[in-house]
Design a binder for this molecule. Structure first.
Ligand SMILES: Cc1cc2nc3c(=O)[nH]c(=O)nc-3n(C[C@H](O)[C@H](O)[C@H](O)COP(=O)(O)OP(=O)(O)OC[C@H]3O[C@@H](n4cnc5c(N)ncnc54)[C@H](O)[C@@H]3O)c2cc1C
Length: 357
């Protein structure tokens, strides 16, 4: 039996009933179809970099996508270069591929661990870019029928770290179609990255320099899956709240205006502060790290006797300092949520999928 700890970057989780490794889209459909026919639970995993698996394991077939490989150009007449990329490719290999060929649009997403198939699930984003900026469509396997269909990006409901897939739409991403800009220059859309490159936000810079700068910034924060302490990256989302509600926070609490997001509108009422909605309401994104730190939780914080800790290098990240159990990770996450909610009345939402929760 394989422990989920071996398949996930947080390195926690007990055994899976069965692990299957399909080598093609057909084998993937067969594996999922067989589990459904036998009325067994199943779940799909790419790189396991955004899940926390339970200590007791899962009574389910775990379908790994790593065997689905391939990057191929496809014809398009919109002036962009379209690539079809299979779900099992490593996301960062695709970024490296694009940067090497002078294709812009994903360079700031350098170093994000995990697979291509999972990238649309939470609309991966970092340093001013999101997958939604380049995603054209996904090839989605409908589990019950075994059929695949091409789903245009507009139907995926991509928003800040979410999508229809994350919110419950059934389907396994078999491949994605990216539309990249043929250019050796990319636009720098994030203050910290602009500072590292010595340019203004909104200026252009060579895509290979952007990639290098992003990798360096991520390395310093322990946000690469490169042997740094095991984690899922950021454990909490930056909360998005109504601008009027945010006026009650301390004046120095950082906030950035954002468009009203589908994710926010779809959230259950009890998940966060809600005021009556007006059509012209404005949302602001808050800094989760600022809220955690100002709720009295410093980097490196751990509950007594626990092997889970707030990352010493990145406040939003929870790390496994060695041999932690999933329950220690979840206990710390709940403690952080409790402190922030007591202090500011905000319920921080976890970014990773907590299996079995
Ligand atoms: C150090 C570190 C840094 C990170 N930094 C970032 C960051 O900057 N920005 C960011 O957005 N994320 C970041 N992440 C989170 C993570 O890398 C991304 O969410 C990534 O897309 C997850 O890919 P994965 O293949 O590991 O997904 P998994 O963890 O295997 O799966 C995640 C979820 O997607 C589902 N899933 C997986 N594959 C498929 C598929 N083919 N079809 C349908 N559903 C699928 C799974 O069932 C699960 O619910 C970071 C993680 C780590 C460990």
């Amino acid at each position: 039996m394989t422990d989920l700890a071996e398949l996930t970057t947080m390195r926690v989780g007990g055994p899976a009933r069965e692990v299957v490794r399909p080598a093609s889209a057909g084998e993937l459909a067969d594996a999922v179809g067989a589990a459904i026919a036998d009325r067994e639970e199943w779940l799909v995993l790419g790189g396991g970099s955004n899940v926390v698996a339970p200590d007791e394991g899962v009574d389910a077939t775990v379908v790994l996508t790593a065997g689905l490989r391939g990057i191929e150009p496809i014809a398009a007449d919109d002036g962009r270069v379209h690539l079809r990329v299979a779900a099992g490719e490593r996301w960062d290999d695709v970024v490296a591929f694009a940067v090497l060929r002078g294709l812009a649009g994903v360079e700031a997403l350098s170093g994000i661990p995990g697979s291509v198939g999972a990238a649309p699930v939470q609309n991966i984003g970092a340093y001013g870019q999101e997958l939604s900026g380049v995603l054209h469509a996904v090839e989605l396997l409908e589990p019950s029928s075994g059929r695949t269909q091409q789903v245009p990006v507009a139907e995926l409901g991509l928003a800040y770290r979410t999508s229809a897939l994350k919110r419950g739409r059934e389907g396994v991403v078999v491949s994605v179609e990216l539309a990249l800009t043929p250019s050796r220059e990319g636009v720098v859309g994030y203050q910290q990255l602009a500072g590292a490159l010595g340019v203004e936000v909104g200026a252009s810079a060579p895509v290979d320099r952007i990639r290098e700068a992003v990798l360096e910034l991520r390395r310093a924060k322990g946000m690469l899956d490169d042997g740094a302490l095991p984690s899922c990256g950021s454990f909490f989302l930056n909360p998005v709240v109504d601008e009027n509600w945010a006026r009650g926070l301390p004046a120095d609490a950082p906030r950035w205006p954002v468009a009203p997001e589908e994710a926010d509108l779809a959230a259950p009422l009890e998940e966060g502060p809600r005021l009556r909605r007006y059509p012209d309401r404005r949302d602001v994104k808050l800094s989760g790290a600022w809220l955690i730190e100002h709720a009295g939780i410093a980097r490196g914080f751990a509950l007594p006797g626990s092997r889970a800790a707030v990352s010493p290098r990145h406040t939003l990240s929870i790390v496994n300092t060695g041999g932690a159990l999933a329950r220690e990770i979840v206990q710390l996450a709940e403690f952080v949520q409790l402190r922030v909610s007591q202090e500011f009345g905000i319920n921080l939402r976890p970014e990773p999928t907590i299996l079995g929760a």
